[in-house]
Design a protein around this ligand. Structure first.
Ligand code: GDP
Ligand code: IMO
Ligand code: MG
Length: 426
């Protein structure tokens, strides 16, 4: 497959980083298409663990070229910190990382406005990285782009113009202290020197690569249910993690996408607020968190945990056009006597036919569960589908049947070798 989109199929943190790292062995280019440093993609190599926020997870394979598309919002400080960390670990970045000239910049006022809006009554539980306010400015056509770093005069003008409005907002509406415009200008003028060498005309670069037969893996951040259009609005992020976002966020046309892979955790987690029908607010939820080490890779917040939700995954497969999935963290379910799977939602006593993304209905649904016996043995050393216990195979067959998905990859631990390809499930 030459152009593949990889999407988170639930509420993020499905193990995208790990699977991108596995797949990128076979790709020439890995490209991020949306989100920003709100993402935390973990890759474990030997005893080392890398958490990538902005740079595609393909950077850990030295033959892979990495690209940040126009759909991503870039905090230059976070970007430069990440580059420095990689370089410290002897990972070559220069000549391998390219950033779209059209990507928008996260400014200090975006982060401040993000944290202020989270102090009100309707908290989303954001990561505090300035994501929402930056996308607001992008769509209000007030944003500052990476390309603006190249023109000092334009950059200074844009910062002054924005600060005039933002300081009024901060002081008069939010009763907060305004920001020092000269300080921000000085800080952002200096980024040009460090970032210039990475800037590229990404749509031209990627489309030329496709025409030369190069393969591209498009790495989604967050997950389908956090999509601003298709997720559980307003408890979503401000970008388009679903597969369609891969086109608008890079300049690769839909006709060039060959394949969509969904990453699906063997159970469900969510960070931040919003409805979560299969959430377990008991010892079982606590056990999933403990065994699965379910703490945010970006903020360290404990993740909310619950059983596998087949209606959610079925919906996600529909809006993403998922061809096959990688099931991750299957090992975390080892040890449970009984494993529940949500197979449907009831509302006012009636089984729902389609997924209710509106929070009122989603908060009111009663999940319908079926139970399967647990396998009660360690599967983290399994090297193939055939190695898995019968009860694990039954679980996989059951969730694929109920969600209407095909499994192509199974992950039984955070490490590279704890992964195998399958063709025997559905
Ligand atoms: P992402 O945001 O989708 O890339 O996922 P995160 O990196 O935020 O969270 C996934 C976590 O699970 C990371 O700590 C991974 O190292 C870990 N992980 C990935 N796959 C597996 C797996 O199959 N089993 C276990 N136990 N951990 C895994
Ligand atoms: P990865 O790529 C899980 C959640 C936040 C919050 C909502 C909005 O690692 O899977 P934002 O800061 O984006 O405005 O927050 O989205 N969120 C994530 N949850 N994984 C992520 O990224 C997330 N990025 C944002 O917790 O509920
Ligand atoms: Mg994550």
């Amino acid at each position: 497959m030459s152009v593949t989109v990889l999407v988170g199929s639930q509420w993020g943190d499905e193990g995208k980083g790990k699977i991108v790292d596995i797949l990128s062995e076979k790709y020439d280019i890995v490209t991020r298409y949306q989100g920003g440093a709100n993402a935390g993609h973990t890759v474990a190599i030997g005893d080392k663990q890398y958490i990538l926020h902005l740079i595609p997870s393909g950077i850990l394979r030295d033959k892979v070229i990495c690209v940040i598309g126009n759909g991503v919002v870039i905090d230059p400080t976070a970007l430069l910190d990440e580059i420095a960390l990689l370089k410290k670990n002897n990972i070559k970045v220069d000549g391998r990382l390219f950033i779209s000239h059209n990507a928008h910049l996260i400014m200090p006022y975006h982060k401040l406005l993000d944290s202020i809006s989270e102090q009100g009554n309707n908290k989303i539980g954001t990561t505090g990285r300035g994501i929402g306010p930056c996308y607001i400015d992008k769509f209000a056509r007030k944003g500052i782009k990476i390309v603006d770093l190249l023109n000092k005069k334009v950059l200074e003008e844009k910062i002054r113009e924005n600060l005039k409005e933002k300081n009024k907002l901060l002081e008069k509406i939010y009763d907060s202290k305004g920001l020092d415009v000269e300080e921000i200008i000085e800080q952002y003028l200096a980024f040009d020197k460090a970032i210039d060498k990475y800037i590229k005309d990404v749509p031209a670069f990627l489309n030329e690569a496709i025409s030369k037969g190069k393969s591209i893996l498009l790495e989604g951040a967050q997950g389908a249910l956090l999509d601003v259009d298709h997720g559980t609005y307003p408890f979503v992020t401000s970008s388009s993690p679903t597969a369609g976002g891969a086109c608008t966020g890079t300049g690769i046309p839909p006709t060039k996408i060959n394949n969509v892979i969904g990453i699906v955790k063997a159970y469900t987690t969510r960070v931040g607020n919003g409805p979560f029908p299969t959430e377990l607010l008991n010892d079982e939820g606590e056990n999933l968190r403990k065994i699965g080490a379910e703490y945010g890779a970006t903020t360290g917040r404990p993740r909310r945990c619950g059983w596998f939700d087949a209606p959610l995954v079925k919906y996600s497969a529909m809006v993403n056009g998922i061809d096959s999935v990688a099931i991750t963290k299957l090992d975390v379910l080892s040890g449970f006597d009984e494993i529940k799977i949500c197979t449907g939602y009831k509302l006012n006593g009636k089984l729902l036919k389609s997924y209710p993304t509106d929070v009122d209905r989603l908060s009111a649904v009663i999940p319908v569960y079926e139970s399967l016996p647990g396998w009660k043995s360690d599967i983290s050393g399994c090297l193939s589908y055939d190695d898995l216990p019968e009860k694990t195979k039954n679980y996989l067959n059951f969730i694929t049947e109920k969600s209407g998905i095909n499994i192509s990859i199974i992950s039984v631990g955070p490490k590279r070798q704890q992964t195998f390809y399958v063709s025997s499930v559905r």
